[in-house]
Write a protein that binds this ligand. Structure first.
Ligand SMILES: [Zn+2]
Length: 83
C-alpha cells in the first residue's frame, strides 16, 4: 500500500475523486479535484509527483504537503486491485 502513489496517475482517478493535501508543517488542508489537475495538464502525472511538487499555500509557510485520497468507490476498488 505504501507506493500506490507511484502507480496511480491523475487520469486513473474517478471523476469525483478528490485529493486531500495536508501541510506537514502547519496542517493546513486543501483539496484538489481531478478536474483542477487536468486543467494544469497534470493528467499524466503520478500522484507521488504531485505530492513531491506540492507546496503549502499559506503565506510564508511553503511546507511540504502530504497527499491522500478521499475515496470514491471506483478508486478504492482500483487501489485494492493493485495493492
Ligand atoms: Zn503550511
Amino acid at each position: 500500500m505504501s507506493n500506490w502513489k507511484e502507480k496511480l496517475q491523475v487520469n486513473d482517478l474517478s471523476n469525483d475523486a478528490k485529493l486531500e493535501m495536508q501541510c506537514r508543517k502547519c496542517n493546513h488542508i486543501r483539496y484538489l479535484s481531478k478536474t483542477e489537475l487536468l486543467k494544469r495538464d497534470a493528467g499524466q502525472r503520478y500522484l507521488n509527483y504531485i505530492e513531491d511538487h506540492s507546496q503549502c499555500t499559506v503565506f510564508g509557510c511553503k511546507g511540504k504537503m502530504r497527499l491522500s485520497l478521499t475515496y470514491g468507490h471506483k478508486v478504492s476498488a482500483f487501489i485494492g486491485g493493485i495493492a
